[in-house]
Design a protein around this ligand. Structure first.
Ligand code: GLA
Length: 657
């Protein structure tokens, strides 16, 4: 519903980016108008970092600047994604509310001078954020330029201050009910951590050695809930005055201070920022990983790529420049996986300030540049793709993905330093992507019946209910692969006693894991079928399953079990990539899952979008440097002609008959 409204409003896919005109003067604004028209921009995110301008003194607002820009953009035919500026409080806020600044785990109170200097749990911050969201919504709630609302920017900042401690205690009380229950859940009898009053309970601040794992996990859960509550505060303040969709830009793929499933339920439209962290084909796989997650967080609904880079992006210790053609191919990658458009951070590259080296649609060199030419080509391409807006992506395979497990695997002192939640999730998705198969992510307690194959690469924490859900999925005919160190702790972070994984799931797998044998850092073991394992191994006892591949001592490493109408597979080591790919291909074949477009070579991606009325389009993206013939010629929306092959780096969007 929300998406349909946005599609109707934009007349097709969204194209544009963050627009921060406060950095420029009138002559540049006039050029912006002309260049946005030339590029085909139809949506601009305005006001993300404009708090100081909109509220120059606490409680004193000045809207003349924003009034003028909204009117100007509207007159130019550009819809506005109006932001609340709460990710960057002005310096007056620090001086007025020093208690609302964030405190790091080691007790350092941060000050302004950057951005995101606030504590989400501080009443003064929450009040100030709600107030500016309210006044913006009152003034612009039905402004004709405003197509949607962009609350805050990337809820990222953590805090360990006294306000956080107080809010954490309230949250813990609600979750556990009593201090006794908290002590029991956290296992505080060990290491003499027993709490006798609530004020002794702290957020996991810097301490001597390992934190209590229950405390760490609960803090992650709490913080995500706190951030979501801060979002909901603003969303509801806006909804009271505006009927336009409200969202916030989530960070994928690696950032995990938030339960993105929970955010997916509260936003009107999932929006993500995605800056791939590797070049070439790996960037394309990363885009697919982020896109499939974004779609899944929204329950399969179309979503929106809110930010990407037009060229150089800061990627940890590396700056990745985009190669010619990647602006289009990366954008189409996101759209193939369900995005309703392609937006960038930001429209015009800053000439000064902290992000002056972050690329933009209009670079420092100006419009006479390769970047701007490619941006303009993208705008034209998206106009031609208008008919796909509102369509969705379908998958027959799911990878299970759960915030509790991710957070739980983040604690100190696990039995191997190489157990890596995100790595395991990415590998499973990548193996499916390499096989040409479109993948959903799902939660372990979701109804999985629509999937032919489900992979559980890293469900370290598994509740009783989820374990039973997975058993039932297999019994009802599904194929399930569970990988090592799964179902090891329950929802309280207590070890499962009597063997792993959690009991009802063991039934579906026909095995019981007795012991772990983490491998040494460079150890690489050979299994009986010639495949190789690293990182981890286990003593697996067969309780009905057959051994498909064994360790050198003859015990099972990979098993298969028929349970009800389905099959449960268990893999107790980390296979090398090539061996893992062979296993995934075998499972896909057994489950009867085919690629979206069979017959394409490695590095050529094909994803299908489906309209509710039955129309379909194949997005086929050539991430290789070779010319690739298409399995069948088809009508390409991008050129309006029949396509028979893909040039190196080329893309087609085929309308299916
Ligand atoms: C995020 C932020 C932007 C900008 C970019 C830089 O996506 O939302 O404000 O800082 O990162 O990559």
């Amino acid at each position: 519903m929300t998406t349909q409204r946005l599609v109707r409003r934009l007349g097709g896919l969204a194209f544009g980016g963050d627009y921060n005109p406060e950095q420029w003067d009138k002559s540049v604004w006039e050029e912006d108008d002309e260049l946005m028209r030339r590029a085909g921009v139809n949506l601009a995110t305005v006001g993300v970092f404009s708090w100081a301008l909109l509220e120059p003194r606490e409680g004193h607002f000045d809207f003349s600047w924003l009034d003028a820009h909204l009117d100007r953009l509207h007159a130019n035919g550009i819809a506005v994604d109006l932001a609340t500026p709460t990710a960057s409080p002005p310096p007056w806020f620090t001086l007025a509310h020093p208690d609302a600044l964030p405190v790091t785990a080691d007790g350092t109170r941060l000050v302004h001078g950057s951005r995101d200097t606030y504590c989400l749990a501080a009443p003064a911050y929450r009040g100030a954020a709600r107030r500016i969201a309210t006044v913006l919504a009152e003034r612009y709630g039905d402004h004709p330029a405003v197509a949607m609302w962009h609350v805050h920017n990337e809820y990222a900042t953590l805090c360990w201050c006294e306000h956080t401690a107080a809010a954490f205690r309230v949250w813990l009380h609600a979750r556990h009910g009593s201090l006794d229950a908290l002590n029991e859940a956290w296992g505080t009898t060990f290491w003499s951590q027993h709490y006798t009053s609530w004020d002794q309970v702290l957020p996991p601040r810097a301490t001597q050695w390992h934190h209590n794992p229950g405390q760490r996990l609960d803090f992650s859960r709490f913080w995500s809930d706190e951030a979501l509550a801060a979002y909901i505060d603003q969303r509801d303040a806006i909804r009271a005055h505006s009927d336009r969709p409200v969202t916030t830009n989530l960070m994928v793929p690696g950032y995990q201070n938030l339960d993105l499933w929970a955010f997916g339920r509260e936003v009107d439209l999932v929006a993500i920022d995605h800056y791939p962290i590797a070049p070439g084909v790996d960037a394309a796989a990363d885009i697919a990983f982020g896109g499939d997650r974004a779609r899944s967080f929204g329950g399969g609904r179309p979503w929106l790529l809110m930010e990407q880079g037009a060229n150089t992006i800061y990627a940890g210790d590396r700056v990745l420049a985009k190669d010619p053609g990647e602006i289009l191919r990366h954008s189409l990658g996101h759209i193939a996986h369900g995005s309703e458009g392609a937006l960038f951070f930001q429209w015009r590259q800053s000439k000064a300030g902290a992000e002056m080296w972050h690329s933009a649609m209009v670079p420092h060199a100006g419009p006479d540049s390769r970047t701007f030419r490619e941006v303009t080509e993208l705008g034209e391409a998206l106009t031609r793709l208008g008919e796909v807006a509102g369509s969705t992506v379908r998958a027959e395979v799911a990878v299970l993905h759960d915030s509790d497990s991710w957070w739980a695997m983040d604690v100190d002192g696990l039995p191997s330093a190489e157990l890596d939640y995100l790595g395991a999730l990415r590998r499973a998705h990548r193996a499916l992507w390499d096989a040409g198969v479109t993948t959903d992510f799902a939660r372990p307690d979701d109804d999985l019946s629509r999937y032919r194959l489900v992979l559980a690469p890293a469900l370290f924490l598994l509740s009783d209910a989820s374990a039973e859900n997975l058993r039932r999925y297999v019994a009802d005919g599904g194929t399930l692969l569970v990988q090592h160190f799964n179902g090891v702790v329950d929802a309280r972070f207590h070890a499962r006693l009597g063997g792993c994984p959690a009991a009802p799931l063991r039934e579906a797998l026909g095995i019981r894991v007795e012991e772990y044998r983490p491998l040494r850092r460079d150890e690489r073991i050979v299994l009986s079928d010639g495949s190789h394992g690293t990182v981890w191994s286990e003593s697996v006892r067969l309780e009905g399953a057959e051994s498909v591949a064994a360790y050198t001592n003859g015990t099972a490493a990979l098993t298969r079990h028929r349970h009800g109408n389905g099959r449960g597979w268990y893999l107790s080591t980390r296979l090398d990539d090539a061996n893992y790919a062979v296993l995934i291909d075998r499972l896909l074949a057994q489950a009867g899952v085919a690629p979206d477009l069979p017959g394409l070579p490695f590095g050529v991606e094909a994803v299908t979008r489906h309209a509710p009325d039955g129309r379909r389009w194949h997005f086929v993206l050539n991430h290789t440097a070779e010319v690739v013939p298409l399995p069948e010629p088809g009508h390409d929306l991008l050129t309006g002609a029949t396509a028979r092959e893909l040039p190196p780096g080329g893309c087609v969007v085929l309308r299916l008959p």
